[in-house]
Ligand binder design. Sequence first.
Ligand code: SAM
Ligand code: SF4
Length: 473
Amino acid sequence: MTVENASIRKDDTTTTSFIDEKQIESLLHDCQPTPTSVQRIIARSLSKQRLELDEVATLLNIEDPEQLDAVFTAARELKQSIYGNRIVLFAPLYIGNDCVNDCQYCGFRRSNREAQRVTLNQAEVRAEIEALERVGHKRLILVFGEHPRYSADFIADMTRLAYSVRQGPGGIRRVNINAAPLTVEDYRQVAAAGIGTYQVFQETYHRATYERYHPAGTKSNFNWRLHAHDRALEAGLEDVGIGVLFGLYEWRFEVMSLVAHAIHLEEKYKVGPHTISFPRFQAAQSVTAPDYMVCDEEFKRLVAVLRLAVPYTGLILTARESAAVRNEVIELGCSQIDAGSRLELGGYRQEAHDQNLEREQFQLGDDRSLEEVIMELLERNYCPSFCTACYRLGRTGEEFMKIAIPGSIQQFCTPNALLTLKEYLKNYATANTKSSGEEVLKTQLAKIADSRLQREIVNRLKRIELGERDLYF
Ligand code: SAM
Ligand code: SF4
């Protein structure tokens, strides 16, 4: 059996894989930018082509300020042309922090005896979701430690529970998962519960570094984790999310590896990753900072290059980052952010937000409420979106790629963003947010070139005004 086979066994320690360290390192060494090559690569990306690894290496090697500026400008332009002003909002919900692993960077690691271990029961999860629905959330990501009690059965039950909770006009319409890699059979079980995206981050694609940071537990098996998305896709899940924890190893190597991973999935399953996440290490209980911390300037560069490299993939920017960094980085190509996030287990039900590192995986950089984030997005002329239409209409996996690759996401996404924003303004917003929101709705509506589509959106906005809910294209 080769590691290219998704059914790789847990005890397989073969070293061949689609991450070819030597190739990545030699491309990073050899592909030096020239004004012409940078121009050509940017033009290819702006025509919505996924870039090849040599092209990504060239962009990562840019040091010239003018060429860097060209990369940032192109990333902004590509974001506008594919995603428009829309930013999708979600909230993470930590279900349990028991963990058999000992990831050296994480407050939940098993050797951290100070951590308070908590697994929410069904009533507690219900109460958390009610609190999230009361402020207007529609999309959740359920987060789990790695432990036998967080079995596929357990994840599937929590997913069904999340969909069933109804608080006032609220309801969760998409439940994504961030949890340990599963077997093909287990992925089938969670797929049957109707999950959206299954996220697993490789943390670092550099094998020796990976081994150093994951000395014990199931997660110490690099290959098992590397092929998690293959197994998920083989099990019939259509949307998978990949990611790196930036800070563990050299950021350029990790960006190359993320793109290599995307190419592998695309070539093998005709479906690239639905999302890419790029968390940066944050302080956590009794954890020392890793060796390759990424500064804000490098962070901006890596996001811009990822945007240009895989135009069709959603980029997720989390509340690990401060509001100031988020404001700057969003425009370089992010399509999803979390808002109003609480990382302490059971944190959404508490009135006051009090950072408690004993129940948190790491420290949050942005602890603004959902409405505060929405207000700021509106002031900056973004269109906050709670849209879940693609997944509910079966536009996932290969179907999603068909609309995403030519960049026709806007045909559906912008109208749906407007409808879900209108619903938010009606049900949850205070007066100031409402009036800023109505302004943004007007401006965005005026930009819709297709007059038939524009009329249909106006018609649906009126229906929402009159009390209908959950309308989408
Ligand atoms: N336990 C599962 C796992 O490890 O895949 C899933 C949940 S884990 C709680 C989610 C992600 O948090 C990890 O994949 C890692 O990238 C990130 N993380 C862990 N410690 C972190 C830290 N100190 N700062 C920022 N992100 C961190
Ligand atoms: Fe456990 Fe995940 Fe934290 Fe590792 S990152 S210690 S697997 S919760």
